[in-house]
Design a binder for this molecule. Structure first.
Ligand code: MEV
Length: 472
């Protein structure tokens, strides 16, 4: 197999000997086209990386290189910052950062930053925000903030001896991690508890140290993982020295130590409510019928997993957009939220609704392990800006804002679904994307917008309309 990295070095040598580097490289890249494997890629310069990508996978490498470079930031310092977030950065991938103003949450006004590519999401959030701002606003409460981490290990021996060992050793897991927990304790957090869990019913000889943590304003992943790795070391050392253990029992095998992204005790509740008749507005002429249909739609998502997944996807439209804008880990949140939605053994709706004594209530509870310090929060300039726009919230306040964004999104989706249908608003927002695809002129855009104000928007409808205009 050709070693690409060596060839790159060879080209450098050739260049020193007066050979034209560009031609040599082009030849080398071409010679490698058939073999798309590469070694030492991470050690190449950014220019070399994009040249390799362009000449290996694209018929017009020049255009590819030009496109990738078009997205580089002209501020070199800023570009370097972004380059270094990950390995092998070749360019930046834009996602729009939008804002949804007029949110009233616990009687405070917010403009919520949202990073998302889906056309109708920010508009829907803004619409919900405005609707509820005149109906008492959103209420949100953090119910608890406990994070979880586990040391997974194999112990072959007498379980009662392991239990005794753990009871006698437990205090050491706290005392011997003090250097790691000191700062967190000063901020009011730290290790809450550690328990020994017998999982041998699930897997032979499988046990856990199950630890709970309070990490205050940080998401806490690094803190938790460092504590867990220290627990694993303590576990192995102490087991070796434990006199009651046989030789086999002393040899505890730690399989892995890692936080859990399932945080069912790190929950925030967001809700809205108002008298049914207060729901009335232009598009809701019969508020009682609307409220009843809305509650039915939620009940369907509670009992029907196919619907529940899409229903919750709508909630995640709001949640992920704020998570991304505020520099939090949306993959962790997604995984944890969906596990929570399936906590009773069947995937179900995260939100609920009822009409009781003439009052319409709509609420959700979601697990959110978020941070407003550490990680990307001070590194990424737009994350910093987003947090500043939210007036630098605590992690708890951010949990409330994010949950509200999810509920607002869900309200907007269900309101459309149970009244006009989703496509009307969605396609109107998508119209611009279609016009961009068609490279429509300003005049064409104007005529299309005018026509589709009173006509159903569909991709083929817009294409046909523009083609007809062009024929004329
Ligand atoms: C689309 O991104 C989200 C919806 O499908 C959510 C829902 O169906 O509730 C509209």
């Amino acid at each position: 197999m050709v070693n690409y990295y060596n060839l790159i070095i060879d080209t450098k040598l050739m260049a020193n000997k007066g050979c034209k580097t560009y031609i040599c490289r082009t030849l080398l890249y071409n010679s490698l086209k058939m073999n798309k494997a590469v070694t030492g890629f991470s050690k190449l310069s950014k220019e070399e990386k994009i040249s390799w990508i362009a000449s290996t996978y694209f018929s017009n490498p020049g255009n590819t290189i030009q496109l990738l470079k078009k997205y580089w930031n002209s501020d070199e310092k800023l570009q370097k910052l972004h380059d270094e977030f990950i390995e092998n950065t070749i360019s930046n991938f834009y996602i729009p950062l939008g804002v949804a103003p007029n949110f009233v949450i616990n009687e405070k006004n917010y403009t919520i930053p949202m990073a998302i590519e889906e056309s109708s999401v920010v508009a829907a959030a803004s619409k919900s925000a405005k609707f509820w701002a005149t109906r008492g606003g959103f209420k949100a409460t953090v119910l608890n903030t406990e994070k979880i981490g586990q040391v997974h290990f194999i112990y072959k021996g007498d379980i009662s001896k392991l239990e005794l060992f753990f009871a006698q050793t437990k205090s050491k897991f706290f005392s011997e991690t003090e250097s790691l927990t000191k700062n967190m304790q000063q901020r009011g957090g730290g290790i809450l508890d550690i328990t020994l869990e017998d999982k041998t019913q699930l897997l032979p000889n499988y046990f856990q140290l199950h630890a709970t943590f309070e990490t205050k304003d940080s998401m806490g992943a690094n803190f938790i993982n460092s504590c867990l790795e220290q627990f694993a070391t303590i576990l192995k050392i102490e087991a070796q020295a434990y006199e009651l253990f046989s030789e086999e029992e002393k040899n505890i095998e730690v399989v892995m130590s890692i936080l859990s992204n399932y945080v069912p005790n790190c929950i925030v509740r967001a809700e809205v409510s108002c008298p049914v008749e207060a729901l009335a507005e232009k598009h809701i002429p019969d508020p009682q019928a609307f409220a009843e249909r809305f509650v039915q739609a939620v009940q369907i998502a509670e009992v029907e997993p196919f619907r529940a997944v899409t229903h919750n996807k709508g909630i995640m439209n709001g949640i992920d957009a704020v998570i991304l804008a505020t520099g939090n880990d949306f993959r962790a949140v997604e995984a944890g939220v969906h596990a929570y939605a399936a906590k009773k053994g069947q995937y179900s709706s995260l939100s609920h609704a009822k009409i009781e004594n003439g009052i319409f209530s709509f609420w959700l509870e979601v697990p959110l392990a978020l941070g407003t310090v550490g990680g990307l929060t001070t590194l990424h300039p737009l994350v910093k800006l987003s947090l500043e726009m939210l007036e630098n919230p605590s992690a708890k306040e951010l949990m409330e804002i994010v949950a509200v964004a999810g509920l607002a999104q869900n309200f907007a989706a269900l309101r459309s679904l149970t009244t006009t249908g989703i496509q009307d608003g969605h396609m109107k927002m998508h119209l611009n994307n279609i016009l961009n695809q068609l490279e429509a002129t300003n005049e064409e855009r104007h005529l299309v917008q005018k026509h589709f104000k009173n006509h159903v928007v569909s991709h083929s409808g817009v294409v046909n309309f523009v083609n007809d205009l062009r024929k004329k």
